[in-house]
Design a protein around this ligand. Sequence first.
Ligand code: GS8
Length: 216
Amino acid sequence: MGEDVVVLDLGLSPFGVRVRIALAEKGVEFDWREEDLRNKSDLLLKMNPVHKKIPVLIHKGKAVCESLNIIQYIDEVWNHKSRLLPDDPFERANARFWADYIDKKIYSTGRPVCEATGDVQETAKKELMESFMVLERELGEKTYFGGESFGIVDIALIPYYSWFYAWETFGNLRFVEECPKLVAWAERCMKRETVAKYLPDQHKVHNFFLELKKQV
Ligand code: GS8
């Protein structure tokens, strides 16, 4: 492997998908290793001793953790093509703000929409849709969140497109009606080889939650 890059990951993880897309955008080859989170490898525990979570990017033997942090690292190391963050400090701060917004809002409400019932699910549905409406407004008429070029905010959000079907099925949410611009944006992103290659099939995400529900 020319670049000496290893990714510790999990197929359906939206955080792991971010890392795979970022590396693909840069044309960096990597050795992909799927972890069993019920039986974490010694390598994962050694490389991410603080959180013990995937994804971890191991570059030349050194570990970088946390998906948004990893995207920024990838952008800085392989800075010759496909800049994922803008150079302008204000635009850069703005991109980080929105990536952080997605991180704080989507996963934490998106999981209970699939897993919970009753009031907990209702509250999560409301909060999730509120966040998507905010993102719909921020995207507006732009091609990508950063304008004409695909970047960190798109990479932070697009893995959740694989969850839309699960949210529609478990939560009865309607994305095409509620946030048409985001759906059109997601379809635009899907036309990119790097996204289409790594986005999990939406039925797999739905089945994952179905299985999870059976275990309860
Ligand atoms: C989240 C990673 C995460 O939650 C990031 O990389 O952006 N903020 C981090 N990883 C999960 C799998 S995805 O659901 C994980 O590794 N969980 C293992 C555990 O909690 O033990």
